[in-house]
Design a protein around this ligand. Sequence first.
Ligand code: PGA
Length: 248
Amino acid sequence: MRTKLVAGNWKMHGNFGANLTLLTRIKEAATGFAPACAVCVPFPYLAQAQSVLAGSLVAWGAQDVSEHAQGAYTGEVSAAMLVEFACRYVLVGHSERRALFGESDAVVAAKFAAALKAGLTPILCVGETLAEREAGITGAVVTRQLDAVIANLGVAALQRAVLAYEPVWAIGTGRTASPQQAQEVHALIRARVAGCAANVAQNVQILYGGSVKASNAQELFAMPDIDGGLIGGASLVAEDFLAICRAA
Ligand code: PGA
């Protein structure tokens, strides 16, 4: 039986004061939760997340990681560095990284590999743009993004990872995929993994992301192949994020 996971993606938001209030509230409320819950914060706030959340039920992580182990890569952050802050998770291949920072499928696969090698749990994000959906190639796009990782590392690598389906047209737009639209792609992703290894497909958590709110979380999470959410905007407001965790 797969458990649910709700992960917050703060993106480039936050400051020490606001973070302290948010993290403390989540930590206090999370004591009674069944679903796992995590926050992916900007690099400079990892130490703060660690100090507030250590010993609680809330995990923390980063939003990106270098594909390189170390060296002359100005501005990059390695997986080993994230481990030093006791991160459990790291997002890889978020659509904003792909679209705004030119991350190719190959780079995303290399980042995924670096995260796994360091003992982190990568959350691999996949999803189509509106143009791709309208062109009827959603399945092909998502499959290509997933296959890049499977081809590089083998399907067994997904046993130590989380997948997240995030339609680009639903991110930060207020336009959520309907539960049926999301379920359709989640089922397709799981079937693709099952084509390589049925047991891996059965166990891998597939999160939905894209304008998840307290008001739509429950119907999304009720879908058979949706195992929780990756939450952007609503993860910045403690009560909204907690309501989504409760829905899971
Ligand atoms: P959103 O972002 O919830 O603000 O749409 C989700 C994400 O980008 O992970």
